[in-house]
Write a new protein. Structure first.
Length: 287
């Protein structure tokens, strides 16, 4: 039995589809069963579980052999993931697969609390005694959807990142496919896999949008301080503002440009291209 935590997010939802297609035996630990049914359907086994509630984790992990964990950004990420690791070890889980962050941002002294938390969680997992696999996906194509309203309404996008800074972004659906492959095959214990798409940049994104939308999409590059002010005006909490700025700073120095062939090696399929992503999400970018 595989237990999936984070099934209602982009990566977790993609993993559920992949596991279902493979006929794997699994269930999803979710905070709200009824809400999860709305996203995952009635055929997926669901059980109430909260990463902040150890007793609920003990219950859902009874009899589990493998665990997949992906968490959204949070200032208490290390505590939540630590609970999952401890509960899995206590339940006798044999293999724990953690979806972490991009390699460049995971250090013990990262400026972002998210980066520090991923580092702490990875170390705790390695020290747990369980077989483990760590997935370190690069920046997601899906984060570009945050620009969709501006692209649709104003034919422009604004990010505090040089348009020619190297990026090898990955589709969350490919991360889900990798996770499914790792969970349903052998030979992945003790491995850390960095996951990326092909080499690209924001210029290429703008050019692809221009091509597929049939109108020019301008790329604006506000300075980091201006971006910080805009995030604060929107009421974004300080820890998240710091995280976003840290990611943009890393991106500006090429920290998210490394290309890996792990998606192809692990799934047998090339990662989705930028053009394919734009095509699949075209509705979001249209006025």
């Amino acid at each position: 039995m595989i237990v999936v935590f984070g099934a209602t997010g982009n990566i977790g939802g993609a993993l559920v589809k992949e596991l279902s297609a493979k006929g794997a035996r699994f269930k999803c630990g979710v905070r709200d069963v009824e809400a999860a049914k709305g996203k995952l359907g009635d055929t997926v086994e669901l059980a109430e579980a909260d990463l902040g509630n150890r007793a609920s984790l003990d219950a859902v992990l009874e009899g589990a052999e493998k665990v997949f964990l992906v968490c959204g950004h949070s200032p208490v990420l290390a505590d939540l993931e630590g609970n999952a690791v401890e509960a899995a070890k206590a339940a006798g889980v044999k293999h724990f697969v953690k979806c972490s962050g991009s390699t460049a941002g995971i250090t013990p002294d990262a400026e972002s609390v998210v980066g520090r938390a991923h580092y702490a969680s990875e170390q705790a997992l390695k020290a747990s005694g369980m077989d483990y696999t760590i997935l370190q996906p690069n920046l997601f194509f899906q984060t570009l959807l945050g620009q969709a309203p501006m692209i649709a309404g104003e034919s422009k996008m604004a990010m505090p990142l040089a348009p020619d800074a190297p990026l090898s972004m990955i589709d969350t659906r490919d991360v889900g496919a990798v996770a499914a492959a790792v969970l349903t095959s052998e030979g992945h214990a003790g491995q850390t896999y960095y996951l990326s798409g092909a080499a690209s940049n924001l210029n290429a994104f703008g050019a692809e949008l221009t091509k597929q939308l049939g109108r020019d999409i301008a790329i604006m590059t506000p300075p980091l301080e201006a971006a910080k002010g805009m995030m604060e005006q929107r009421g974004m909490p300080e820890w998240l503002v710091t995280h976003q700025l840290a990611m943009m700073t890393l991106g500006g120095t090429g920290g998210f440009g490394e290309v890996s062939d792990n998606v192809s090696k692990l799934t047998g399929n090339a990662p989705r291209t930028l053009a394919a992503f734009v095509t699949d999400y075209m509705g979001a970018f249209q006025a």
